[in-house]
Design a protein around this ligand. Sequence first.
Ligand code: GS8
Length: 222
Amino acid sequence: MAEEVILLDFWCSMYGMRARIALAEKGVNYEYKEEDLKNKSPLLLQMNPIHKKIPVLIHNGKSICESLVIVQYIDDVWKGNGNLLIPSDPYEKAQAWFWSDYMDNTVHEYARKTWATKGEEQEQEQAVKDFLGGLQLIEGVLGDKPYFGGDNFGFLDVSLIGYYSWFLAYETFGKFNVESECPKLISWVKRCLERDSVSKALPDSEKVREFVQNLRKKFGLE
Ligand code: GS8
């Protein structure tokens, strides 16, 4: 039986990008379905009734939700294809989950505040400091390795790289520059972008900047 793989996604979601990259790394063919998050499809509501969020992977009719769970699932199911993304060493694996969680649940909120604060300059300056502080910690985890996974592009690389497509927006509205504070991290970004799986999954940063500018207008921030 031919496999049916569908990805419910939204173009500038750093979470969706993880699924796109993992599927490409494993050479899995799939159908991409763009969701209108303001008017969610019945399929999304049926497949992710708990959170009603993208990304959702639908594999032969069964849904898998939460981007990191999706990456792990893809790595497990298409084991034989390409490199293993999840580290085989238990400590490395634990670290990869820890830092992914730190990015999603701590640094992402600082990132959001770099563009979503309304005239409260101090709050925004603090958000920029906190965001860069978080990125510097993450840069320390990379150290002098080519990838977070060591010599091979792995799970933590997949989970972090999508955030890069939002950096231009954060930098524009927060008035700062990531490269001058985190040069090694940006070298890592450039290395990742040499992979087709990454360059094809990440949207144009300028389009993301426009998207964020429209959100700012919508929220009455400009
Ligand atoms: C986050 C997914 C998410 O926030 C994951 O998959 O890792 N922890 C989850 N998805 C957003 C779009 S990206 O910002 C989403 O679907 N939002 C719709 C909504 O909140 O209604």
